[in-house]
Every structure is written in C-alpha cells, then in structure tokens.
Design a protein around this ligand. Sequence first.
Ligand SMILES: [Zn+2]
Length: 327
Amino acid sequence: MKSIFYNPVCDFIMPDYGILIPIAPDRAKKIFEALKNKHPNLTFTDMSGVEIFSREDLERVHDKEYISKLLDDDKSLEQEMLKCFELVNELGEYHRYDPTIAKKSLISGFAIILKRVSMTYASSLKALETGFSYHFGAGMHHAMSFGGRGFGMLNDIVLTIRKLQAHQKIKTAWVIDVDAHKGDGTSELTKNDPTIITLSIHMKNGWPLDSGDPLKDPWFIPSNIDIEVDEHSNREYLSLLQKGLEKLKTNYPLPDLAIVVNGSDPYELDELPSTSLLKLTKEEMLQRDLMVFHFLEELKIPQSYVMAGGYGKHSHEIYQQFLEKIL
Ligand SMILES: [Zn+2]
C-alpha cells in the first residue's frame, strides 16, 4: 500500500505571511483533490500521530547556536526567516515581502515549518513499513548546519534520517535529489557521514553555484554523486540520471531507506527565474520520476518522497502525473 502524507494545516501559504515568491501555495491541495477523485479512500494525515521535532532532534543536524536563534528569541527567528526567504535586499529594503498585506506574522510560520519537518519523518517511517510514501511538502535541501537558505529553514531530509538512525529504525540511507538546484545543504550536512549517500542532479550553473568559488563557498561541497546538466544538455538529462543511478547501485551498499527530493522545477513551465537553465518537457519529467521509482522498487529499497521546489501554476501537473501513474 502506497501512502500519501498531507494535511492542509501544514500548507505554508506564503502570501498569508506577506511573502511574494511565486510558489503556488495551493499545489499540494490541488494534487490531493485530483487524486482523491480517483481514490476516494484518501484521507488527510491525522496530525495527532505526527510527533513534532524536539530541540534534541534538531540539534542532531543543525548547530546549537542556529537552533537557539530559532527557538529562543522571536527577534532572531524573524531575522533568520527574512534571510532564508531572501526578503531583504543589499540595501536593507524589503524584497518580495510586504508585511502590510500579511494576515499572519512571519514568525508564526515557523510552527508550520516544524510541522512539515515532522511530516517528512512520519512519512518516512510509513515508507519503511509499506515501501512507498509521499509527503506533500518539505524537501528543504538547501538548509545547512549553520543556517537556513533558499526557502528552507531546516533540512527535513537529514533531520529525518538522523532521527530514524537514533531510534534504530535504519542504519543507512540514500538521498536522491532531482530538484533543479543542487542539494547543497544535504551534501554539507552529510559530508563526513558514510551512512548517508547523496546523489544530486542539477543545473551546472546558476544559483547556488553562481559565485564559481568552490574553495570559499560551502554550497560547492560535493555530494557523493553530482550530475551537472547545462542548458545545452537538457535532452541528455534522462541518460545522465540513468548513469548516476547505476553508479549509486554499483559503488555503494544498498541502504535501508531512500529519500527522493522530488522537485518539479526542472519542468519547462516552471516560473522561478533561477530554474530556467533546465527545461524538461512534461513527458521527460514523468520518465524521470518513473526511472527513480522503478530503480528503487527493483532494488526493494523503501522510498520516501518530499516535494521540494516547484514554482508557478503548472508545478502540480508534474507531481500529479507521476502519482496518478503509480498509485
Ligand atoms: Zn529547486
């Protein structure tokens, strides 16, 4: 039985907080409703069974100083959120942020982020039981040990794996990251950890790799397998991914769990400007997702999915076509 983890209380509706990033705030809801038409038994996840991450859980992955900024002081929490969602420009002015239209305070959104982290864990636990689970949210792969970045405050992927390890549910995991942007937070957090093997296929240029300075910037810390795709090699994306997966299988022992960071932002209709170097068609996106799914299924590795990046009014199509195919 394949499981879906979704509850609208976990939707981080950015405009409610005054954030004007073009992430379609209702994409998870849309997908859920479309799937429910065909699978009437689908229900919202019961949040009473989702244990919210504690300070101890968070400190397994992120620096104590950073976690203290988030949990102990509202002012520093607000600053960290402004930084993470890039809501202040170099001149110190608000950018893509208008608190005057906000219905809720920015910092009240942190509780939702924590819920989303906890849902990734709950969903992954389910995947260990059933073989497949999909959480309609999270995938905050840019969050690093020292802080949030790129719309991700907390790295739910590594947080989930470390908690599963601490509770002796798994020993090892793979992270397969197919978001358009490099899974740089994940690689930074796991660089000295042989129990977590990371593969990231992403845009060769552009954010977060645009400074071009691998010696200075932690976002260049390599994953175990990095596959770089440039604007001229879009049509080779699928064969590059296939080779990467083969390498993963050949070079590393099979893990107890795989987390798939299933960003839909390589899609040609994605609306975030920083994803424009990847332009996969809808059909290529389906082939991508089925390739990863069948690869893990054949190896009998439990698979837990998170949504990650996907921006604009078409992003839901990608998740929907994949899930309609496999459910
Ligand atoms: Zn992305």
